[in-house]
Design a protein around this ligand. Structure first.
Ligand code: MLT
Length: 262
């Protein structure tokens, strides 16, 4: 579908049985393939939509900077194109930053909210500076170094010792579009604090994380779940990619929670 002037690639699976559709927003530097197991776990009951954010997967290229609002506007355009007035929105990590931006501006369309391994706060000055430097390196050298680094960092220290898991994680990030990766890094570096959004959201929410996440500490999820008055599940022994690392438990928690969304 063409959304905001570029191709937005997405998968659209399952008939839905009249239930609220589920939209899965991937993190950085993933593409929608990261959700394959989640789509498979939900598709018998729910219509499940998983977009590639601009500059990722098979979606059209990004411009210089992809702000979290740019990504959220693309999702809004996609839902309009699909004529979906209400959805349950899940966001993993950077996808969570996007989903919180979406809630801020399009809350009426959000019937349920799932935040996975993410945070509501902005980057520290130091983290933002590091991202800008990494964006420069990606533009100069391509994204291979970043994929190789991230594909083990997204796993817990124990899981990253398993080469087959690292390979699966890398497959969720490739082929990468270097310009898209750099644009998202710059967008994340500039993102505002979305913490105030948590107190304004009134619907059902689910917050999931792993206690061995070295990219975004589980503490962030605890804080968000308190502000949202949401159910929190911390998967023991999981890193940043809980949907892969604890796939059975993760999908059973999501399936058990979804009926709360009406
Ligand atoms: C992600 O998985 O989306 C990233 O780790 C988010 C980030 O770098 O802040």
């Amino acid at each position: 579908m063409t959304v905001n002037g570029r191709t937005l690639h997405f998968t659209d699976t399952g008939a839905g049985k009249g239930l609220i559709p589920v939209v899965l927003v991937h993190g950085f530097p993933f593409h929608s393939g990261v959700w394959d197991a989640t789509v498979a776990a939900l598709k018998d009951d729910y219509r499940v939509i998983a977009p590639d954010l601009r500059g990722f997967g098979q979606s059209g290229p990004a411009t210089e900077v992809s702000s979290m609002s740019d990504f959220a506007d693309d999702i809004h355009g996609l839902l309009d194109g699909l004529k979906l007035p209400k959805v349950t929105l899940f966001g993993h990590s950077m996808g969570g930053y996007v989903v919180l931006d979406f809630v801020k501006r399009y809350s009426k369309q959000v019937a349920g909210l799932g935040l996975i391994s993410t945070r509501s706060g902005p980057d520290s000055a130091e983290a933002a500076q590091k991202r800008v430097a990494t964006a420069g390196k990606v533009k100069a050298e391509g994204a291979d170094f970043l994929v190789s680094d991230m594909s083990s960092k997204v796993l817990s220290p124990a899981h990253r010792k398993q080469p087959e898991l690292v390979k699966v994680a890398a497959g969720f990030m490739t082929p990468a579009q270097p310009e898209g990766v750099a644009a998202a890094l710059l967008g994340m570096a500039r993102r505002p604090d979305s913490t105030p959004v948590l107190a304004t959201y009134r619907g059902p929410a689910l917050v999931l994380t792993g206690d061995a996440d070295e990219l975004i500490p589980a503490k962030e999820s605890e804080t968000m779940s308190e502000a949202l008055k949401a159910k929190l599940v911390v998967f023991k022994g999981a890193g940043h990619l809980v949907s892969l690392e604890k796939a059975i438990e993760f999908h059973s928690v999501v399936r058990a929670w979804l009926p709360k969304v009406k």
